[in-house]
Design a protein around this ligand. Structure first.
Ligand code: KIV
Length: 296
């Protein structure tokens, strides 16, 4: 059995494990991962869920929001993460437009994430109004993660990235959304950008594990965007982000030191250079000596 860097045993996480965690009251850990290297580090650290979030549109590809990323672009990253993840449950985000029309299209796209990308579940934003399509995808044997509250794919409808569920009507709608997803049999529900009190109410109401991001500490698990965790996002972090490292500073420091070493001719040094085998060097020396002798 392999161990995490702090010596905990690692085991394969499935949708069933996630469900057990809620009943055992063991917090579920989740991070986004977008490429092979970070997926490996996240997996080897023993994080339960590696989520290939469509937030990669912004964090990795520099798009303004998540709306323009395509299924093919997402798949490129899901495949890379698949190659890096062994034990974590791999969830892939369905991008905007890939499940908003005919449910046959949604099933076709979700199937691509499983067959081509190796995802073990897909995530779709929306509650009551998406529940029919979510049910169809689950019927096609693909576990679905729900996502309600501040759903970034609805940015234009919400009029910005605003905390949701602040009025009584909004709370009522969120509860209906959560219950609809629970009844549909989703694997987990991501709760984003809602008051702590509402996160706690939903978590207590549904049997499905909830995973919060800006939804307070009472959810069954927590997720952060990897780039937020390590300070690789440019600009001020959201209120709910806790930075655990400063990778941006580390990268800048390393790049500046590299540049300075090239300019001062300290990189590479002799130990960092390849050398000719002794016999080749000796033969070359002989040839060069003869050439010099002829030229004189
Ligand atoms: O796209 C994403 O990274 C997400 C998480 C923040 C839940 O949806």
């Amino acid at each position: 059995m392999s161990l995490t860097p702090i010596g905990e045993p690692r085991r394969k996480i499935t949708t069933a494990t996630i469900r057990e965690r809620k009943f055992e009251h063991t917090p579920i850990t989740c991070l986004t991962a977008y490429d092979y290297a970070t997926a490996r580090l996240v997996d080897e650290a023993g994080i339960d869920i590696a989520l290939v979030g469509d937030s990669l549109a912004m964090t990795m590809l520099g798009y303004e929001n998540t709306l323009s990323i395509t299924v093919d672009e997402m798949l490129h990253h899901v495949k890379a993460v698949r190659r890096g993840v062994k034990d974590a449950l791999l969830i892939a985000d369905m991008p905007y437009g890939s499940y908003h029309g005919e449910s046959s299209d949604a099933i076709h796209n979700a199937t691509r994430f499983v067959k081509e990308g190796g995802a073990e579940a897909v995530k779709m934003e929306g509650g009551e109004k998406r529940v029919d399509v979510i049910r169809r995808v689950i019927d096609a044997e693909i576990p679905v993660a729900g996502h309600i509250g501040l759903t970034p794919q609805s940015v234009n409808v919400m009029g910005g990235y605003k905390v949701q569920g602040k009025s009584l009507n909004a709370i009522e709608q969120l509860m209906r959304d959560a219950v609809a997803l629970d009844r549909a049999g989703v694997a987990c529900i991501y709760l984003e950008g809602i008051p702590r009190e509402v996160g706690a109410m939903i978590t207590a109401e549904v049997e499905t594990p909830t995973i919060g991001i800006g939804a307070g500490p009472d959810c069954d698990g927590q997720v952060l965007v990897f780039h937020d965790l390590v300070n690789l996002t440019f600009g001020p972090p959201a209120k709910f982000v806790r930075r655990y490292g400063d990778v941006a500073a580390l990268i800048t420091q390393s790049v500046l030191a590299f540049k300075a070493d090239i300019i001062s001719r300290h990189f590479p040094n002799d130990a960092e250079s390849y050398h000719l085998p002794k016999e080749t060097q000796a033969a070359l020396d002989t040839i060069l000596r003869r050439k010099h002798a002829i030229q004189r």
